[in-house]
Design a protein around this ligand. Structure first.
Ligand SMILES: [Zn+2]
Length: 594
């Protein structure tokens, strides 16, 4: 009897727990549906929900914050603990390092119930131990209270920099709160610490409500639409909401920001800049951002969020992307580079935020697509795909081995790049967009853009692999593209052709050619590409020309009535080969008459 009673009590507790979970899920689902109805955007799947509340202390360049976590387990594994990135301590500084100090982790309903947590400062990770096992498709809730102090002086991702004396101080809060790591099949939990190579940020999509309380008199630029603003005298309280899921949030504050805004394509686009740089920024930055938004909306698919901010920052690089808000370096003075960086960072809204990927393992994917897309912007608006390229990618890539003696496989993790002495910036920012351009020239602009559209439509709000992009292009062109993707992304070296056999039979009028790729033994995959072939007679008149496919070692035969003297492969345009000198754009071979 006694046993039975306990069982009934147990069952009752289970029912109560189950129904509260159901109610919570129903509540969350209805919230998601409601958001979906706002702009008729169909977002399938469940997401985590975060409420991030911060109180800014200007004097100490810090925030006191709390993050209410409603973590959704979208993986088919049970979790007993969840890791969070606490990056600020890794960033550059002059006078004071940045830090995220975890005060406590507590139950959402009862602050007296603590969740045990472990902080590993050197690896910039904290683990929250859950009160019970989190099963797939279930949620875990808790609140993390933290204090985040900005690095002072340094010019990295987050900082307080500049001086109020000359109206130039900016507080930039990026990667400044505990951000959940991503669990994936390849790596399990991705707990990589802050890496100074690449943009090593890899996050799942989540709904955010972002509350900021800051001193009045400061201008705040933040991820999301300003839903509410409350003047509390000495401080102002803001509620920002991106409306759709984002990978992270950021905000920047300054007493000196000038603001310009315009609505375009239903998006409120704003620029925030210092008075000293208004000569460059005034109107120009806003127009560039609007042009980029219009082109990328039309070319790839709709930017669904209500706001997009372009904000001045202090960094030692050109700019940095965050969802709904990008930063552009104060150090830029040339109008061309300024335009390039704005377009580039705006484009990351599509390739990084809306479609995400592991930035440590395959950072070249969104970076390469973003570079290609920025070059497409100048092609579209100025008629020149190469205009943003200081040195044309094609010229740099063809002589890269001759200049540096290094291999340049694109498809490598940042750690592999370190181990193989591969220049990550070169492969991600210069070689990868060139390979995308090669694909565009191979399948044509219409199919290339259709492929990107399909990729966007299928995977927005998701995380992807290179194979997802390949699949989208394959579905558009109706054939496997292994022959393109594997060699160009996974080989160490470019093809280096030689003409091994070149004979003409005066009886049959047959010209027989064998073309070798001398780098074939060094690579895993055979290259296939189109190369213009030209045949000349002994007075150097062109007697035959045809664009041929060279697939690894290739044997070709042509019937030519006039006796040929010289055969030439023409590397002009976008034939991708390893050459010793930028001007060596032909491969000649004299015909042997038999
Ligand atoms: Zn980028």
């Amino acid at each position: 009897m006694k046993k039975k009673k306990i069982m009934i009590v147990g069952l009752f507790v289970s029912i109560v727990l189950l129904s509260s979970v159901l109610i919570l899920n129903l509540f969350l689902n209805s919230k998601i549906t409601q958001k979906r109805d706002n702009q008729n955007l169909d977002i399938s799947g469940n997401f985590s929900n975060y409420n991030l509340t911060v109180f800014m202390d200007e004097l100490n360049s810090m925030v006191e914050g709390n993050l209410t976590v409603d973590f959704y387990n979208n993986d088919n594994v049970n979790f007993t603990r969840i890791p969070f990135h606490i990056y600020l301590s890794g960033m550059a500084f002059d006078t004071r390092p940045g830090s995220i100090v975890i005060v406590n982790v507590t139950d959402v309903n009862n602050s007296n119930i603590s969740f045990p947590f472990d902080v590993y400062s050197s690896s910039q990770i904290m683990w929250v131990n859950l009160s019970e096992t989190l099963e797939p498709q279930m949620r875990a809730q808790f609140i993390i209270q933290f204090n985040a102090t900005l690095p002072d002086g340094g010019i990295d991702r987050a900082n307080s920099h500049g001086s109020d004396g000359n109206q130039s101080r900016i507080y930039k809060f990026a990667s400044f709160y505990p951000i959940p790591c991503v669990y994936d099949n390849a790596d399990g939990w991705n707990t990589d610490f802050y890496l100074t190579t690449g943009d090593p940020f890899y996050f799942d999509m989540a709904y955010y409500n972002f509350f900021i309380e800051a001193p009045s008199g400061m201008v705040i630029a933040a991820t999301g639409k300003l839903e509410e603003k409350l003047d509390k005298g000495a401080t102002i309280w803001y509620h920002f909401n991106p409306v759709y899921p984002v990978r992270e949030v950021t905000f920047s504050a300054s007493h000196w920001f000038q603001v310009q805004s315009r609505i375009s394509n239903g998006v409120n686009i704003s620029t925030y800049f210092l008075p000293k740089d208004s000569g460059l920024w005034n109107d120009f930055a806003l127009n560039i951002a609007i042009n980029a938004l219009i082109l990328f909306n039309n070319s790839f698919g709709l930017y669904p969020y209500p706001t997009l901010n372009i904000v001045e920052e202090y960094t030692n690089f050109g700019g940095m992307e965050y969802p709904n808000q990008v930063y552009i370096s104060e150090s830029i003075s040339s109008t061309g580079f300024f335009e390039k960086v704005i377009v580039h960072e705006v484009c990351h809204q599509w390739w990084y935020n809306l479609i995400g990927n592991d930035e440590v393992d395959i950072g070249f994917l969104d970076e390469g697509l973003t570079c290609w897309s920025s070059d497409y912007y100048v092609e579209y608006y100025y008629g020149d795909w190469e205009l943003f390229q200081l040195t044309r990618y094609i010229d740099e890539v063809r002589v890269y081995y001759a200049d540096y003696g290094l291999s340049s496989k694109i498809n490598q993790t940042i750690y592999e790049c370190f181990a193989t002495s591969t220049n990550y910036y070169y492969v991600a920012y210069h070689k990868a967009p060139l390979i995308f351009e090669k694909l565009r020239r191979t399948i044509g602009l219409t199919d290339f853009l259709e492929g990107l559209k399909l990729y966007f439509e299928r995977h927005r709000f998701e995380l992807v692999l290179l194979s997802d992009l390949q699949q989208a292009f394959e579905d558009v062109v109706g054939q496997s593209l292994d022959w393109f993707f594997f060699p160009w992304f996974d080989n160490l070296y470019l093809p280096k052709y030689s003409i091994a056999q070149n004979t003409y039979n005066t009886g049959t009028h047959k010209l027989n050619l064998t073309i070798n790729d001398l780098n074939e033994p060094l690579n895993d995959f055979d290259y296939s590409q189109q190369v213009p072939l030209e045949v000349y007679n002994n007075i150097d008149s062109l007697i035959f020309s045809q664009t041929i496919w060279i697939n690894g070692t290739t044997e070709l035969s042509f019937t030519i009535t006039n006796q040929p003297y010289r055969v030439m492969l023409n590397y002009n345009n976008y034939v991708l080969v390893q050459i010793a000198n930028e001007t060596d754009l032909t491969l000649d071979s004299l015909v042997q008459v038999i």
